[in-house]
Design a protein around this ligand. Sequence first.
Ligand code: PLP
Length: 422
Amino acid sequence: MTAAVDAPDLTDLTIGRVRRHMGSGRASLGEMLGRVVEVSSAGAWVTAADGRRYLDFGGYGVFILGHRHPTVVAEVRRQLDQHPLATRVFLEPVSARAAEALAEVAPDGLDQVHFVNSGTEATEAAIKLARAHGRTELIAVDGGFHGKSMGALSIIGNPLYQRPFGPLLPGVTQVPFGDLPALRSALSAAAGRACLVLEPVLGEGGALPAPEGYLRGAAEACREFGALLVADEIQTGLGRLGRWWGMDAEAVVPDIMLVGKGLSGGVIPVAAMVTGAELYQPFGRDPFLHSSTFGASPIASAAAIGALRAIKEEDAVAKAASLGTRLLILLHEAHRRHLPGQVAEVRGRGLLLGIEYAAAGLAGDVALELMSRGVLVNHSLNAADVLRLTPPAILADPEVDFFAQVLDDALAAVATRHQPRS
Ligand code: PLP
């Protein structure tokens, strides 16, 4: 039987199972998004049970190398056949090699690597390491996102996700993103006791770049007031912004850097906290102080090794920069053509792009039109009016052309329903 003949069954079965065992909300969302059940992927494309293909401009920023990149798959497959999970009693060479490979591309001096399984665990590791150094006051910015485990949740400043779970961590101060005087005043109020967690471009906050000078100013203020600077590069790092790290834009080397998403190579979840030797000491000298069963597993480490090699071999960082410029122009022009006066801003860096719409509901409307025509996009958790695009760096010209055509058709369809503001 072909996949297409199976499709109605698999689609109905999956929706039914999700509704019964995983959540009615998830099932209803899936139905609203067109009852698409994804079953396979390759490169920039995801295939659904009914055979339809979707160009992946979403994936929450994971797929900088697309899906199942051959280099990553080969590393993971070899490891699967040899030794996927370690006892964690003996030493293990693949995680050691992955740590070396990540240290090689990390900013100068950040050569200590603590592997975890998800972005939010990397945030937790940083919060705990900061506390181990007496930095118990956490400072974060409005619109920032760092994960949903209790520590990370405490600093995302979004009541929607926080309210049901209080009390949160004490000692958290939120400041407006991009407001250096506000940041300096928060840091000065907690001099010697603070830890700032900051994304160079807000991802879930709507692909919002820091204003020029803010990152450098924040780093200087951290030094001045004895605070640790944690750069959350989980969404922005590994070439996504057309640079290895978002903080590179202002030559900032943080005290601690968080990496995730793309480190998986789009194949096996893995994330990491990276820091320098001095700061790492509490974790470095006592391997049980902060540990997890699956952290630094050989199979995830193999994915990280493959991802880092593929990013270099594909020249993904440079490609993200040039593709990003091309897509940004394309987005500007298409929106100017179809939705004049209805867009607050088209923006982004590299392949983290956002369109902020001026009217409520437009972002969702455009997303549905794009998806129904075969382009997968994401909303932004902390910015409802921003449609977020995180395409892979391996896009070929025909795929860019496909996107351009779909965008044009989708915006034309939306424009017929939304009158421009006078
Ligand atoms: N930090 C940033 C900047 C993120 O964008 C995300 C996820 O979107 C996280 C942390 C949390 O990562 P995870 O979902 O893997 O826990």
